[in-house]
Design a protein around this ligand. Sequence first.
Ligand code: TGC
Ligand code: FAD
Length: 393
Amino acid sequence: MGTNRDFESVDFYNIDEILTDEQKLIRNSVRDFVSREISPNIEEWFENNHFPIEIVKKMGNSGIFGPTVNEKYGGGGLDYISYGLIMQELERGDSGMRSTASVQSSLVMYPIEAYGSEEQKKKYLPKLASGEILGCFGLTEPDYGSDPGGMVSKLKDEGNYYILNGSKMWISNSPEADIAIVWAKDENKRIKGIIVEKGMEGFSAPKTEGKLSLRSSLTGELVFNNVKIPKENILPNKDGLGAPLGCLDKARYGISWGAIGVAMDCYDSAKKYSLERKQFGKPIASFQLIQKKLAEMLTEITKAQLLCWRLGKLMDSGKAKSSHISLAKRNNVEIALKIARDARQIHGGMGITNDFPMMRHMMNLESVITYEGTHDIHLLILGNEITGISAFS
Ligand code: TGC
Ligand code: FAD
């Protein structure tokens, strides 16, 4: 019982039959990694607001970083369903752990591979893949969260180099990151991607304190005070708001799968608890209201699994639209949050303790439903897709 119980996966529609042997192998190896390296420690890390920096190398050694990145740069060269399954398993362990991997793979390695020069790819990707270095992604600013296009961080061309000024807020991994992919406007108001390295003069990354969510993940600011940026640190192959938003698509896709991991963990715990816990002389699992909750959880998990599998196929064939990804991120995080709440109720008073994972998952999901585009922003992205009318401008 509890966070460390033997986890049993949910596969009501035999989805394993449509996964390849390689995909199942990858999923099972990350599942073992989580059971070995994360689940035994996560409640303590969460309680102490501790990010275990040593997990970065362990994840790197286990092939968790850059699964879709080309093998010649140290990536896994895998398909998007494999990537999704990795995220599902990690987030079953903890959303903060999945966050670390999402940022490294989708928000740091992806832009370097997709928009970087050959030199940048060779310099950074193998080290990011192995976990030798950790990255972060700076888009959000204190006054520009849902509306990143309004950002005021500035890049000024000084001939042989650029000067970067501004600040970023709510940045996952930032206090420990060796490099930051930062988005700022040049003098033509065009958004550019910049690789900022730890130790550059005028650059600091203070930790954000007082978080009641994602407590095993580090969050901080990025502050740039006349930071001198060599010209070779600019990502040359894409600029404009579409560049950072393209990275977000990959991370949002991973979150869609990750949320299923949380939902499965809560469902598994609730099912087992309800079969063991007796009230009125019988297991609480025999009461219709408990069965209703469990049946609804299973239904939503199964729908979410099918949604993600199909979305993965669309990603692999290059046909996934941003709005497809918004639908999945929005739906799956919402159902995971409801399942976490219902599972907590099934555990009664015990459900509020850290003997069980639901409260931690619930608190984490309050960040997940906010970052990478809030729940309502994804709804409006879908509204735009349906009507052709943007509610933003
Ligand atoms: P809009 O006019 O719609 O678009 C501007 C340009 O971007 C293009 N575009 C996209 N390109 C690629 N992927 C997407 N998803 C795209 N969405 C839009 C678009 O075609 C256009 O291109 P062009 O060439 O015509 O200029 O932009 P808008 O200013 O109206 O804003 C649209 C909106 C609100 C949907 C967008 O800004 C948005 O998604 N806001 C939410 C911000 C957000 O998600 N921030 C996340 C920060 S990172 C983070 O949270 C990491 S947490 C990680 C972790 O720990 O796991
Ligand atoms: P706001 O944009 O101020 O939104 C506040 C409320 O207003 C929300 O409910 C929102 O839905 C609503 N709202 C805003 N605009 C509209 C509209 N047009 N119509 C209707 N409602 C609207 N960012 C990064 O760049 N990198 C990171 O690594 C990163 N990690 C994060 C980690 C954590 C733990 C958290 C909490 C956030 C992280 N973020 C990161 C930032 C995250 O992406 C933003 O918090 C998010 O995009 C929302 O921005 P905001 O917090 O400024 O909220």
